[in-house]
Design a protein around this ligand. Structure first.
Ligand SMILES: *Cc1c(COP(=O)(O)O)cnc(C)c1O
Length: 430
């Protein structure tokens, strides 16, 4: 694979940008090698600066539910850009996107738009504390909620990939306010409520874990979190930055029928532009300034271009049958690849919830972080490169979700399965 241009750009990038990247997991440290610098994307495909073409299952880490450069999104953005890119004053588009979000998510009466998922989760936590007057927050090891100080404790995703369980620069006094429980283990949560009675403001959880790789919620786990928060006067925060408009139009809360108190969003609601949001019950959202005492603001919040991309994306996602066909397509992929693993006699376990999936290099089910950690990350790295060489772009880390978009076709999926067959055949002989 010719990577001359990417290699040149990557060495230049390393002079001017820490590690050559603006987000750590792009650096390929976990899988070694040079990240392809992407020149353009269309539908399910991206092309790098050396002209290599890839079927893309990263999809910008989740936002691109419609694939790259969807014509409706591009056209809407062209028009919006011509009308000015930012005003720092209210616009109609913000109301439209907020209304669409409230109508989609049963638990959300009103919503504040921000510019990233990090900001959304950071603000959701502040809101939970403002509302309850308590300080401690429970999160789960391996779940990632953006890089705000108190949430970078045993975080998943890049922090896990790079072996940085808790970031340098986070004061112990902050970290002490974060209680880390085990995903899919309700007893580990209940223990904290016993240990710190009246101190826990809330629980933040990815209702489908995506940032340690995909791990679905165990039967009864989310219901248990709902019950234990209710019994203890704490707030339940669903971090639906990935799952919102992904696992169902109405997010994981619709799929599993659980009503959280606060929801954080990002990724898909920006359609590939920077947007986040947090929303919830009216009584809770009334804490937010200017209505209430919890301060949160943003120069570019509700940015006209970003909300335009979001609105257009959500409208496309409302087409009848869309989530069913995405599900069928994603199942074709994971069934196909699971078959390849089996035939190659490579121990593998593929988790999927709707159009998000992860293949783990470990035998047996992956239902908790402990099993995720048994996955052979070295083998994943070799598989990753073997796939990349065959024109399939998965996440450059074992501990991430892959995504199928509406732009992927059965032909893309079948080519991917063929590539996996060849890749695993080659790896088996290594
Ligand atoms: C990506 C992600 C975030 C952070 O969003 P950014 O836009 O990267 O700041 C938060 N929570 C979850 C579940 C995510 O996947």
């Amino acid at each position: 694979m010719n990577q001359a241009n990417s290699e040149r750009l990557f060495s230049l990038a390393q002079q001017y940008i820490p590690g050559g990247v603006n987000s750590p997991v792009r650096s390929f440290r976990a899988v070694q090698g040079t990240p392809p610098f992407i020149a353009r994307g269309q539908g399910s495909r991206v092309w790098d600066v050396d002209g290599n073409e890839y079927i893309d299952y990263v999809c910008s880490w989740g936002p691109l539910a419609l694939g790259h450069a969807h014509p409706a999104v591009v056209e809407a953005l062209r028009e919006a850009a011509g009308n000015g890119t930012s005003f720092g004053a209210p616009t109609e588009g913000e109301v439209e996107l907020a209304q669409m979000i409230c109508e989609a998510l049963p638990s959300v009466d009103s919503v504040r738009l921000v510019s990233s998922g990090t900001e959304a989760c950071m603000s959701a936590i502040r809101l939970a504390r403002a509302y309850t007057g308590r300080s401690k927050v429970i999160k789960f090891a391996g779940c990632y909620h953006g890089h705000a100080d108190g949430l970078l404790v045993r975080a998943g995703s890049g922090a896990m990939t790079h072996g940085i369980p808790t970031s340098a620069g986070v004061p112990d006094s902050y970290a002490q306010e974060t209680l880390v429980a085990d995903y899919n283990d309700l007893a580990s949560v209940e223990r904290y409520f016993e240990e710190y009675p009246g101190d826990v403001a809330g629980i933040i959880v990815e209702p489908v874990a995506g940032n340690m790789g995909v791990v679905p919620p165990a039967e009864g786990f989310l219901q248990g979190l709902r019950r234990v928060t209710q019994e203890n006067g704490a707030v339940l925060i669903f971090d639906e930055v990935i799952t919102g408009f992904r696992v169902a139009y109405g997010g994981a809360q619709t799929l599993y029928g659980i009503t959280p108190d606060i929801t954080s969003l990002g990724k898909i609601i920006g359609g590939g532009l920077p947007v986040g949001a947090y929303g919830g019950r009216r009584e809770i959202m009334e804490q937010v300034a200017p209505l209430g005492p919890m301060y949160q603001a943003g120069t570019l919040s509700g940015n006209p271009l970003a909300v335009t991309a979001g609105i257009t994306t959500l409208k496309e996602l409302q087409k009848p049958g869309l989530y069913e066909s995405l599900d069928t397509l994603a199942q074709r992929l994971t069934d196909g690849v699971a078959g390849v693993f089996q035939r190659a006699e490579v121990p593998g376990s593929i988790n999927r919830v709707r159009s998000m999936f992860t293949g783990f290099f470990t035998g047996g089910p992956v239902e908790a972080l402990a099993q995720v950690e048994q996955s052979d990350a070295g083998q994943y790295g070799r598989y990753f490169h073997a796939m990349l060489e065959r024109g399939v772009y998965f996440a450059p880390s074992q501990f991430e979700a892959g995504f199928v978009s509406t732009a992927h076709t059965e032909e893309d999926i079948d080519r991917t399965i063929e590539a996996a067959e060849a890749a695993l055949g080659e790896l088996g002989s290594i």
